[in-house]
Ligand binder design. Structure first.
Ligand code: SF4
Ligand code: SF4
Length: 421
């Protein structure tokens, strides 16, 4: 191959990369960049994070530990990783009664539960982004017949944020999110891996958090042991979404505050999000008809209601029992005794997970009707975990203690959104 052939190839691939980014923008990816298919820079960080146990019950992460070492485990012949970001900022947290979390006082039976912004539209972002990636891949196949591609949204062992930084999209904030100077951090990341050699963009080498620690200070459950490190086991996003089929640890329940699904606090407080543009993409428009209107309404959902309402919604992932578990925790935190009848009914629920959470909430709300409901249920509860919750709630009520129990490490200080390494 002559020098002029090489130069022509470079021009071709550079033109192709530019056009690919234009196609990505037309498909709703506001940011696009290209990273080389190399070992991720933050692999060592992942190893340490896993060794410290911070991934909690997300067993799929350590199980695929080795696969994270190179994008070749996602697409064997990969040469380029096209990183894409779709901005989903739908506006302020209109559902909250209070910006703080933790113990929430007052007349809150009608309060709308808090749902992470990324989950307020009717669509599951995985489905939307996969469709767009497919369209982008189809376009690339037309330009380079026979090429290989693979689209990734969360599902493959790929450190997306790492490649996004390498592709120049932003830096890692102390809250572990990828932050872009113009667009903040309210975006989904997706990747298109290909064996087409594309010119890599310059990595984002600078960081712009400075002396700020707002996200670290604001986290309701003290989930950051240090800047840039998230202990997912303490994160409300993990607790309300990823922790399936088991109770939320008791000492963390007060910190969950009013969050029913996910948490946005460490993004809400970030100065880089103050001027983040709002999305105009109809796919990310909040759909109020689908969002739970009140905690009281959520506590009344049965399996059939849940199926009708959430089948195509991100909340579907956690199932009806997970949603009701979370709603019980929020009800207990809201401190409104008008929840007692619904919680009493839930003490008879088929799910021991729900019965246990309802018991905890009744113990938090207190009062004679709550105590009587718990005492009556304690007579015939046969699930050990639910029985333990009932006994603990009763013992608190008799001692006059309605706190979370053991000395809580939860702060009294006042959420890209899924749990992340
Ligand atoms: Fe803390 Fe919420 Fe951020 Fe999780 S999402 S680290 S709980 S502020
Ligand atoms: Fe960085 Fe401050 Fe934003 Fe945290 S809140 S990510 S420290 S700029």
């Amino acid at each position: 191959m002559t020098q002029s052939d090489t130069n022509a190839d470079k021009t071709d691939s550079s033109t192709l990369a530019d056009e690919l980014k234009r196609q990505a923008a037309a498909l709703g990816f506001e940011l696009a960049g290209i990273a080389p298919a190399a070992a991720p820079d933050s692999l060592a960080h992942l190893e340490i994070w896993l060794d410290r146990g911070f991934s909690g019950r997300m067993e799929y992460i350590p199980r695929r530990r080795e696969a994270y070492a190179h994008p070749g485990s996602v697409l064997e012949s990969v040469r380029s990783v096209v990183m894409l970001a779709a901005h989903y900022n739908s506006g302020t947290d209109e559902g909250a009664t209070d910006d703080s979390a933790g113990d929430l006082p007052g007349d809150t039976a009608a309060a709308a539960p808090r749902i992470a912004r990324y989950a307020r539209s009717s669509a599951d972002y995985h489905d939307v982004l996969k469709t767009r990636l497919k369209q982008l891949a189809n376009w690339l196949h037309e330009q380079r017949p026979g090429c290989r591609t693979r689209g990734v949204v969360d599902t493959a062992p790929l450190l997306e944020r790492d490649f996004a930084r390498r592709a120049g999209l932003g830096w890692f904030g102390k809250n572990t999110m990828l932050i872009n100077k113009r667009r903040g951090s309210w975006f989904f990341l997706a990747a298109l891996l290909t064996d087409v050699e594309l010119p890599a963009d310059a990595p984002h080498e600078t960081a712009h958090c400075g002396t700020c620690t707002r996200c670290l200070d604001a986290c309701p459950t003290d989930a950051f042991p240090e800047p840039h490190v998230l202990d997912a086991r303490r994160c409300i996003s993990y607790l309300t979404i990823e922790l399936r089929g088991e109770p939320i640890p008791e000492d963390l329940r007060p910190g969950v505050g009013q969050w029913l699904f996910g948490c946005d606090v460490c993004q809400d407080v970030c100065p880089w999000n103050r001027k983040a543009p709002q999305t105009t993409d109809p796919q990310w428009t909040p759909v109020l008809a689908q969002a739970p209107e009140t905690i009281a309404e959520t506590l009344q959902l049965d399996e059939s209601d849940f199926r009708k309402r959430y089948r195509k919604h991100p909340i579907w992932r956690i199932g009806r029992d997970g949603l009701i578990r979370n709603a019980c925790i929020v009800a207990g935190n809201l401190g409104d005794k008008r929840f007692v009848p619904d919680l009493t009914r839930l003490l008879e629920d088929d799910s021991p997970l729900v019965r246990g959470a309802a018991a905890w909430a009744l113990g938090r709300l207190g009062g004679e009707p709550a105590r009587q409901s718990l005492a009556a249920r304690s007579e015939n509860e046969d699930d050990p975990s639910a029985a333990h919750e009932i006994a603990t709630a009763l013992s608190r009520l008799s001692s006059g203690d309605r706190s979370s129990g053991p000395a809580s490490p939860v702060s009294s200080k006042t959420g890209n959104a899924p749990c992340r390494s």
